[in-house]
Design a protein around this ligand. Sequence first.
Ligand code: AMP
Length: 558
Amino acid sequence: MATFEELGLDAKLVQATDALGFENPTPIQEKAIPVLLSGTKDLVGLAQTGTGKTAAFGLPLLQLVQAADRFPQALVVCPTRELCMQIVSEVEQFKKFMPGMHVIAVYGGTSIGLQIRDLKRGIQIVVATPGRLIDLIERKAINLEQIKYVVLDEADEMLNMGFQDDIEFILQNTPKREATWLFSATMPPEIRRVSRKYMQQPFEITVGKVNTANKNIDHQYYVTAAHHRYETLKRIIDFNPGIYGIIFTRTKADAQNIAEKLTREGYDIDALHGDLTQQQRDKVMGEFRDKTLQLLIATDVAARGIDVQGITHVINYELPDDVEVYTHRSGRTGRAGNTGISLSIIHSREIGKLRQIERMVQLQFHKLEIPGGKDVCRKQFFHFMDKLLQADISHGDYETYVPMLAEKFADISKEEVLKRVAALEFDRFLKYYENAEDLNVRMRELKGDGAGRGRERKESSPGGRQYRDTRGREFNGKGDYMKLFVNLGSKDGFYKASFLQFILDMSDLKKEALGRIDMKEMNSWVEVDRRSANQMIRSIDGKNYKGRRIRMNEANSR
Ligand code: AMP
């Protein structure tokens, strides 16, 4: 086994490794250090944290960089503030016997002014997170012109967090770059692409086992009708009372609307999207980080670079079009050895897209049933009871009240007290879920049908109805619809959702009876299951709405 000295390191660096108690180089150090000391060879190191990779690049950097030149010559880019600080603290130890050598950490979420001031002090090595680095470049506080060495640490994590463009920007704007060293725990195709594009015949080192994907993430999906997406989201949240998650939407409007709706319904959620000022964004992120907010809803762009520990669930309100975006999203959970769930709400026409993502990430997605109302109630109930048992009653003046309470409850049994406590907490909830509908769209593979092989078709729902609608019609269509005209529209103050609720309440029908709703200013057209159309017309036609007589009839019949 080689010694640090034999790897070619200067005496001052060997002295530092001695001082740190490093007896021998780790495998990655033994392989990488002699190559990196040349200063001109690119490297791809497949290694995880704990293998000694910081020293594998940190020691050679310190030997290559000129302490006499007081400008940045080496740039280490890493995904998170924590890692940034960790790298700097290690490098500081390695440079203990090298006066005049300076290293600085720059990362977001803290005063940029102080970092700019520190940068001016003449430092040689900058360790940065991508977002803050770009910010500093734009403010002309750092000049990449003289950078000779670029290290990308935890490159896969950086790509997961949506920093691909920033990384490419950095690589494109370091004209004097002599060597690029890329470290990554996994080797997804995007990293291969970056290495092919920006590196020259890199020396490759693999330490330990290489994962192709993060095995700590369970990828799940739920199939529902497109118009049940919101309800499904709510049900999933309710079914996971301890959830700490990020919901991804495709549009700002969705993020905003869903956040507003859920807030109105009592959920701890806020939205992160491009329309927020930096201050508002910081506020939302601060609340999410300290768990005042249980849920964050974000667009992909707004969520770039989010680094929060302990996310239990990533929810794809809709699947993204791009497989890479899916990877970025799901990479927000299952970090630092924790497990996490990335779940997607899809409708039946998105199955193909899901299979495509499955192939690309080389993982199997698990299909789960959307929990029924009873399942949700049971889950919430036990969660509440757990909370009740864990309630901290050690402080406070509860003892003083005990005799009074005992007197008040003298004639009531313990069971009854429990029931009452449960009723207080759950009444609204139980009522909400009492008649909750089944939100699942059930699928089965078409068998023995050449034309339809591999496609999926609706199966009978547990309610016993047989929906036989096939090719050509929407999956959320339930067969034979009659199109009804109604003289109510947006002018009457309706949105589609409130209108839907209105006609369902009036007619005492369930959502499944409806197909598409086409709402205009003055009138709307509603598709209703032919078997329910009469009931709907009977209960609505001729009634009054805000003093106006409602007319509802079969479209085109008059
Ligand atoms: P890293 O993979 O860079 O995060 O390093 C993991 C830990 O191993 C750090 O605490 C290092 O200080 C330590 N370490 C790195 N190289 C050696 C070595 N050659 N011998 C003993 N410990 C080491």
